[in-house]
Ligand binder design. Structure first.
Ligand code: 13P
Length: 257
């Protein structure tokens, strides 16, 4: 049984004051739901504050990006060593990083290796765009992203990471994938590729999330699927009641399973 994991990717939203208010509203709702792993990924400026507020609550903190370098003359970058002081998780290779900041499967791969070397849990994001989806290229493309992004890891290292399947056309559009489609792509493009790379037992232990327009109204459809172990939530993670409802429904779905 894989423990479900719901992570909130706040993207470039929330000042420190707003982040504080959000965490204070979330804590009483999220704390009892400890059958689900809960992770908050604020912007870097709020990471220390959020980390301090969730300390001892069982709720994790994560960064949204990271350099692969430990330190150095890299203006504007944040290192795994620095994140490690505050957080346990780091999102790597989100499609917005790939689209707007030139990240590639190769840079993703360097970052994944660096995160694991520092004891951080990477949440590695993959997903196809609309044109690839409509051309029927989804499985080949996503499986290539997994293969290149996770190249060179040992099965033991791979076991500790999380993959987030986020079809780009579903992000921020209100048009989520169906549970069945997401389950099928995650099974074939992600888990089967992980099995080829690291063996079936390791692949079966790795948590794989769905992301893209997840809301309280559709989370149940995703977490009821056998291949889907939770969600990476954008917009709905910015509202305490919505994010808490998503975690609550995940806890309920897994209790019934
Ligand atoms: P939305 O939930 O806003 O569609 O964003 C998904 C996402 O990109 C999470 O990383």
């Amino acid at each position: 049984m894989r423990t479900p994991i719901i992570a909130g990717n706040w993207k470039m939203y929330k000042t420190v004051a707003e982040a504080t208010a959000l965490v204070e509203a979330l804590l009483p709702q999220l704390q009892p739901l400890n059958s689900v792993q809960r992770v908050l990924c604020p912007p870097f400026t709020a990471l220390a504050t959020v980390a301090r507020l969730v300390q001892g609550s069982g709720i994790g903190a994560g960064a949204q990006n990271m350099s692969w370098e430990k330190e150095g003359a890299f203006t504007g970058e944040i290192s795994p060593l620095m994140i490690k002081e505050l957080a346990q998780y780091v999102i790597i290779g989100h499609s917005e990083r790939r689209q707007f900041f030139g990240e590639t499967d190769e840079t993703v791969n360097r970052k994944v290796h660096a995160a694991l070397a520092y004891g951080l849990t990477p949440i590695v994001a993959v997903g196809e765009n609309l044109a690839q989806n409509e051309a029927g290229e989804t499985v080949a493309f996503v499986s290539g992203q997994v293969r290149r992004g996770l190249a060179g890891l040992t099965p033991q290292q791979a076991q500790g990471l999380i993959v987030a399947y986020e079809p780009i056309w579903a992000i921020g559009t209100g048009r989520a994938a169906t549970g069945d489609d997401a389950n099928r792509i995650i099974g074939r493009a992600v888990r089967d590729t992980l099995a080829e790379m690291f063996g079936r037992a390791v692949a079966d232990a790795i948590r794989i999330q769905y992301g893209g327009s997840v809301k309280p109204g559709n989370i149940a459809e995703f977490v009821a699927q056998p291949e889907i172990d939770g969600a990476l939530v954008g917009g709905a993670s910015l509202k305490a009641d919505d994010f808490a409802a998503i975690v609550r429904q995940t806890a309920e779905a897994k209790r019934k399973a």
